[in-house]
Design a protein around this ligand. Structure first.
Ligand code: ATP
Length: 270
């Protein structure tokens, strides 16, 4: 079960340079996660505790997972990911056991960054503890909080959680000593999208006429993940046309195709 729900990567291949348009968020993540891992003595000497847990919140596909991976890369830490949704609908006690395993794997692989995606799945305020399934979800959450409470002794482990549903969160998890540092990760603005286009076309054979500023203006409301999808799709248009160079028109067609697909799904951004 462990291997199925836990993703473990040693020093993942994502760096800060791969992330576009999130300067301020990167800065905050570096201060709250990277600094305590790299220079714990600084915090000791100053006499403050680094934040226990950092919560990244914002729409899907905006780079939350990338941020967590980039810190792990920068600090040569093991990246251990678990999705909140994997912790629900389990046999009694299994969710809590998976949380214990998660921290055990982290301890065995220090320094480590634990990333809990979709934390709302186990920490929603709508959970009604009267139904047995929900009581089980609550026990899983309690286990997570109790692991976090023993934080000082835990050493070189930092914990980052992420959610697309900040409004759904149980305020209990945001208390001091828990996820007490909140970082909003919004969709990129036009400038951010332009940088993300540049990042994702770094290895693409792009024609000189391709205007990324114009593309960024055009792809209004696109997330970072959408921009990546546009780039890949543009490449596909070139291939279909038996070309190895990608033109501006390929990017425009790609955006139209992706928008049409999103409309079918009833969703602007995936
Ligand atoms: P979710 O909430 O769906 O888990 P997320 O915010 O964790 O989403 P990521 O998994 O980090 O999103 O992003 C998905 C992919 O989209 C990344 O692998 C990357 O290719 C691209 N992407 C998203 N945001 C950015 C960004 N700011 N800069 C560059 N690429 C990005």
């Amino acid at each position: 079960v462990r291997a199925r729900v836990m993703q473990v990567e040693h020093s993942p291949e994502v760096s800060y340079a791969d992330i576009g348009g999130l300067e301020q968020q990167m800065q905050e993540v570096r201060e709250t996660v990277e600094m305590p891992l790299e220079s714990p003595e600084m915090f000791e000497q100053v006499g403050i505790q680094p934040p226990s847990g950092v919560l990244l919140y914002g729409p899907p596909g905006t780079g939350k997972t990338m941020l967590a991976k980039a810190v792990a890369n920068q600090t040569n830490a093991t990246f251990i990911k678990m999705a909140g949704s994997e912790l629900v609908h389990k046999f009694i006690g299994e969710g809590a056991k998976l949380v214990r395993d998660l921290f055990e794997v982290a301890r065995e692989n220090e320094p480590a960054v634990i990333f809990i995606d979709e934390i709302d799945a186990i920490a929603s305020k709508r959970t009604d503890s009267k139904t047995s399934g929900d009581a089980e979800v609550q026990r899983t959450m309690m286990q997570l909080l109790s692991e976090m409470d023993g934080f000082e002794e835990r050493g070189d482990i930092r914990i980052i959680a992420a959610t697309n549903r900040f409004d759904m969160l149980d305020p209990a998890i945001l208390r001091p000593g828990r996820f007490d540092r909140l970082i909003e990760v919004p969709k990129p603005d036009s400038e951010g999208r332009e940088i993300i286009f540049q990042i994702h076309t770094r290895n693409m054979n792009v024609d000189d006429d391709v205007d990324f500023a114009q593309l960024a203006e055009m792809a209004d409301e696109a997330s970072g993940a959408d921009v990546k999808a546009i780039c890949t799709e543009a490449g596909m248009f070139a291939i279909r046309d038996d070309r190895t160079e990608i033109y501006m028109t390929d990017f425009v067609s790609a955006w139209e195709k992706i928008q049409a697909e999103a409309d079918e799904d009833g969703d602007v951004s995936r």
